[in-house]
Ligand binder design. Structure first.
Ligand code: CP
Length: 320
């Protein structure tokens, strides 16, 4: 769908905490606006529709892509930002509470983007802050903006999301982007999901319940080999060492690695995705294959999707 100025903006002043909140029309709207942002950024670098708007980026965990793409999205739209890349130099270090910290930054910013290691802290911030809060990843919970860039990347590369066979490979238990993406995919008819993971790190039961409640077809496997030639999307994840015990890490690390031998078995019209960072789950030899979109389109689309989302959260109508 092509974005038009008359499209209804469903995100104005909304918190974005979980992809469960997206309905199909929201996704259709944001993917169309993401395409428009991509066109504008590619042609002109950006457009100053968010001048005098300020984003507070509060990152309690490390980030390269999410942090940078939110900041650059804001800059490309003419806005300002408070870049808290780590909270070591905030008054949290003097004992200030999380709640007071959120209240404080909400006094200076029009929107808060929060990454935190604990599930539920994005919702807590949303409950406290008078301005919208966008979840940039909460522990093993959700990453609902990664989900938007992933949906856009799939649609852009393959034309449509409907009816695709999508395999998610790796540590699915601790990897929040798969939770958000799997839940959003319930809005696309006839999508088949394959969850492929070593023992002990399968997709979370609460995600499975959500999918079952939404009549989503999925299969759990321990090896991707038997479906490689049939799938449209191979979505690879990292082992989240920082979220697991040493014993579990020793059991899981190195259990899967995508190499060219595997990629050769995939369809020509398929794509390989990874939210990154990677720690050896995809051989670097795969990077030059045209199906590998993780280092190019998928990352860049994060900035375009966040431009679309920030404009929509901060403006009642996005007139571009
Ligand atoms: N994909 C993603 O969330 O990457 P970062 O952890 O670098 O932000």
């Amino acid at each position: 769908m092509v974005y038009t100025k008359t499209m209804n903006n469903p995100f104005f002043q909304k918190d974005i905490v979980s992809s469960e909140e997206y309905i199909k029309d929201d996704i259709t709207y944001i993917l169309a606006l993401t395409q428009r942002m991509k066109d504008i950024a590619t042609k002109f670098g950006g457009v100053s529709i968010l001048s005098h708007k300020i984003l507070a980026a509060l990152f309690f965990e490390p980030s390269s892509r999410t942090f940078s793409s939110f900041i650059t999205a804001m800059q490309r739209l003419g806005g300002g930002f408070i870049p808290m890349h780590g909270m070591a130099h905030t008054s949290l270090q003097k004992g200030e509470t999380f709640d007071d910290t959120i209240q404080t930054f909400a006094n200076y910013a029009d929107v808060i983007v929060l990454r935190h290691p604990d599930v539920g802290l994005a919702q807590r911030a949303a409950d406290i802050a008078p301005c919208p809060v966008i979840n940039a990843g909460d522990g093993i919970g959700e990453h609902p903006t990664q989900c938007l860039q992933d949906l856009f990347t799939i649609q852009d590369a393959l034309g449509s999301i409907d009816g695709l066979k999508i395999a998610m490979l790796g540590d699915l238990f601790h990897y929040r982007p798969v939770n958000s993406l799997a839940k959003a995919l319930v809005h696309f008819p006839n999508v088949q999901l394959y969850f492929v993971s070593p023992k002990g790190v399968g997709i979370q039961e609460r995600v499975q319940s959500y999918l079952l409640n939404h009549h989503m077809k999925f299969f759990e496997l321990e090896s991707v080999d038997e479906i490689l030639s049939d799938i449209d999307v191979l979505y690879v994840t990292r082992v989240k060492k920082e979220y697991m015990s040493e014993d579990l890490y020793a059991q899981v690390q190195g259990a899967y690695k995508v190499d060219m031998e595997m990629v050769k078995k995939m369809k020509k019209q398929s794509i390989i995705m990874h939210p990154f960072p990677r720690l050896g789950e995809i051989d670097e030899a795969v990077d030059n294959d045209e199906r590998a979109v993780y280092l190019r389109d998928q990352m860049k689309n994060g900035m375009y999707a966040r431009m679309a989302l920030l404009a929509s959260v901060l403006l009642p109508e996005v007139s571009i």
